[in-house]
Write a protein that binds this ligand. Structure first.
Ligand code: COA
Length: 190
């Protein structure tokens, strides 16, 4: 089971102790403003169990993220596999969600670069995508900072209701060739 260590972060398997801070983050309206709703505790726990089972099965799922300096759980970053349910599926997405007190310090960028390196260099993926609601400028900025390229045209997320403010999404991607060509290359351990 892969565990990634960057300069300031550990991306690791989920532990029982993560459930409480994860639920607190998922219930925070600031964190969830670009999602249809904050999560109930049961929804948060179910998501954590899904991520944990997928990692145990060696499938792609976001890792729990912990700061190395404080050993505090701060959220998730990592890869997710979508077999279907999106116009461009099957695909692997890189995604992130961090507790608000840890924003603005480059943690999402740092963990996302390590996730790209894992996806391309260890898993041999051909492409990694990332998507977010058009309202989510911070998330879109992370996509740009890690070198993803915006795809032409936005798409309507099939799991968001018609007419909902979060339905329109941007889509970014990086191909394996772009990664290997060093179009974007940062030493994620430095
Ligand atoms: C998106 C998120 C993970 C970013 O985490 P982070 O650790 O703060 O990200 P980073 O510090 O690596 O980079 C954030 C970038 O977005 C920029 N940014 C932040 N808020 C912004 C806003 N409202 N508009 C435009 N840019 C914004 C920051 O300035 C920074 O860019 P810069 O380095 O060029 O200044 C965090 O805001 C979060 O968890 N949000 C809630 C959950 C979420 O929306 N997840 C994504 C769903 S697709």
């Amino acid at each position: 089971m892969a565990e990634l260590v960057t300069r300031r972060l550990r991306l690791r398997q989920w532990r029982d102790q993560d459930a409480e801070p994860f639920a607190k983050m998922n219930a925070d309206p600031r964190v969830m403003v670009h999602y249809p709703n904050p999560y109930l505790r049961t929804e948060s726990d179910a998501l954590m169990m899904r991520f944990r089972a997928a990692i145990n099965a060696n499938s792609c799922a976001p890792w729990a993220v912990e700061r190395l300096d404080t050993e505090t759980f701060i959220g998730y970053i990592g890869l997710s596999y979508f077999a279907d349910g999106l116009p461009f599926a099957p695909c692997v997405e890189v995604g992130w969600r961090l507790a608000a007190q840890h924003w603005g310090q480059g943690f999402a960028t740092e963990g996302a670069i390590a996730s790209l390196a894992h996806g391309f260099d260890e898993l041999g993926l051909d492409e990694i995508v990332s998507m977010t609601a058009t309202t989510n400028a911070a998330s879109e900025r992370v996509m740009q900072k890690i070198g993803l390229v915006k795809k032409e045209g936005n798409f309507m997320h099939p799991r968001v209701a018609d007419g909902h403010r979060l339905q329109e999404h941007v889509l970014y991607s990086m191909t394996r060739d772009q990664w290997l060509a060093g179009l974007f290359k940062i030493d994620h351990k430095s």
